[in-house]
Structures are given as structure tokens and as C-alpha cells.
Design a protein around this ligand. Structure first.
Ligand code: ADP
Ligand code: ADP
Length: 226
């Protein structure tokens, strides 16, 4: 099934800046798709539209059979951003299970699901730790666990490893692939300006190219995963 359908999508900001023009893209369930392109070419804009954080000025976006806003509100979509913002005074477990708490899931079940999510990212021994006791890579793992805890259908990651050192980045890339391969029907959308990272991780790449008129368009580069 198609999980994201973008039809003739353009986005002009209030100041008149046209960030992206005429994007057409279908993303199928289970794909790992990366959005690459130079800084300022509109990757985050496309991503924010899919996430239901900003509206397209033209065209339409369907996410999991509804609008992007419905998908976000139904908790079927999770986000991971570069700055793994965790609540500093709450334990790793409380941070990771916050999405469940907001959904009204009872404490015992939260604990159970939280433990599973922490185990997925190898943080099972840090449930009671505070964020400041974690390294940068561990903070990112906690933020990935928080994104996975509600078992999303769509995982949106905006340059998640951009702030990490090379070693940690490689480790987390491996871990992310393992998780994605395990969660068979989870679709991952990954924004990066690092072409090597995109090629390594994805089943498909969407290249954002700034055109002469300054409006970025999207070129679909399908390739088969080795
Ligand atoms: P990328 O993620 O590829 O760096 P963005 O989507 O952040 O690109 O930005 C695309 C273009 O839109 C850039 O020229 C940027 O300056 C502009 N832009 C982004 N957000 C806004 C905004 N809120 N208002 C006006 N222009 C914006
Ligand atoms: P921007 O300032 O980035 O241009 P918008 O004017 O597009 O932002 O409005 C953003 C708001 O629109 C968000 O708070 C979000 O809740 C809402 N929104 C985003 N996507 C949709 C959608 N598909 N349908 C209805 N509302 C949406």
C-alpha cells in the first residue's frame, strides 16, 4: 500500500519564498526513503508538510489514507530530530514513555512498552538515568526509543545523526537498519545532506535539486538494496 502520496505539491512561505515546486511522490509501505540535497533546497519543508506541521500552498498530500494532520494526531507518525530534546529532570524511562502517557496508557503497560523500546536501542540498563548522564549517541538512542514506543507506521527522521561523531553515527546507522528490518511494515523517511548516508541506508532516494528559477524540485532515484 501507498503510505504517502504527494500530488503536485508546492510550498510558498509567507514572505513569497517558493521552497519547493510541483512535487509528485508516492511512498510505499516498508520503504526506507532518504531526502537528499544541498542545504536550503527544501528537504525540511517537504518533511514538515508530510508531518502535518505546515500546509502545502498547492497540491495535496495524503498520509496513511488521510490528511497529514489526521495521521499526526492518530499517533501513527513519530519524529526524530537532530537535537534529541529530552526532558532534563525526567528519567530516561519517563522520557521514552511520554507519548504513551499523553495517550492515556496506564502506568504498568507504559513500563512494559518502555522497556521493550529501550531494549531495541540497547538502553535497558539506563531506564532510571537522567538525560545528562547519557552521551550524545545515547541521547539519540533514547529519542529513537521514544519515537518507536507507540509503534508508528511512519517514522520521520530529520538529520538525526547530524550532530554525532563518525563512529557513533555508524553504530546508530547499523542499529536503525536492524530496527527497520525487524519492523516489517514501518516506513522510514530520512532527511540528510549526506549522500553516502542516504545510499547506505535507503531503498530509495529522493533528490532535491535547486532549479534555475530557484524552485527546488524532487527527482526520484529508485535503486535496489544490495
Ligand atoms: P533544507 O531542509 O533543504 O535545508 P528548508 O526546507 O529548510 O531546506 O528551506 C527551503 C527554503 O525555504 C530555504 O530557502 C529557506 O530559507 C526557506 N524557508 C524555510 N522555512 C521558511 C520560513 N518559515 N519562511 C520563509 N522561508 C523559509
Ligand atoms: P507555516 O507558517 O509553516 O507556513 P502553515 O501556515 O502552513 O505554517 O500552518 C501550520 C499549521 O497548519 C500547523 O500548526 C498545523 O497544525 C496545521 N496543518 C498542517 N498540515 C495541515 C493539514 N494537512 N490540514 C490542516 N491543517 C494542517
Amino acid at each position: 500500500p501507498i503510505v504517502v502520496k504527494m500530488s503536485d505539491v508546492s510550498k510558498a512561505y509567507e514572505n513569497g519564498k517558493i521552497a519547493v515546486g510541483d512535487v509528485n511522490l508516492d511512498i510505499r509501505q516498508g520503504e526506507f526513503i532518504s531526502f537528499v540535497g544541498p542545504s536550503g533546497c527544501g528537504k525540511s519543508t517537504v518533511f514538515r508538510m508530510i508531518a502535518g506541521l505546515t500546509r502545502p500552498s498547492e497540491g495535496s498530500i495524503e498520509v496513511l489514507g488521510g490528511t497529514s494532520l489526521q495521521a499526526r494526531e492518530s499517533n501513527l507518525v513519530s519524529f526524530v530530530f537532530q537535537d534529541a530534546t529530552l526532558m532534563p529532570w525526567s528519567s530516561v524511562m519517563d522520557n521514552v514513555t511520554l507519548p504513551l502517557k499523553l495517550k492515556g496508557v496506564p502506568a504498568k503497560l507504559r513500563q512494559l512498552e518502555g522497556s521493550k523500546a529501550l531494549e531495541l536501542v540497547g538502553l535497558q540498563d539506563y531506564a532510571k538515568a537522567l538525560p545528562r548522564q547519557l552521551s550524545g549517541g545515547m541521547k539519540m538512542r533514547a529519542s529513537i526509543a521514544r519515537a518507536l514506543v507507540a509503534q508508528p507506521k511512519l517514522l520521520l527522521m530529520d538529520e538525526p545523526f547530524g550532530a554525532l561523531d563518525e563512529m557513533t553515527r555508524q553504530t546508530l546507522q547499523e542499529e536503525l537498519l536492524t530496527i527497520w528490518q525487524r519492523e516489517k511494515d514501518m516506513t522510514v523517511l530520512f532527511v540528510t545532506h549526506n549522500v553516502f548516508e542516504a545510499v547506505y541506508l535507503s531503498t530509495r532516494i529522493a533528490v532535491m535539486t535547486p532549479s534555475p528559477g530557484g524552485i527546488s524540485q524532487l527527482v526520484d532515484v529508485p535503486f535496489s538494496y544490495p
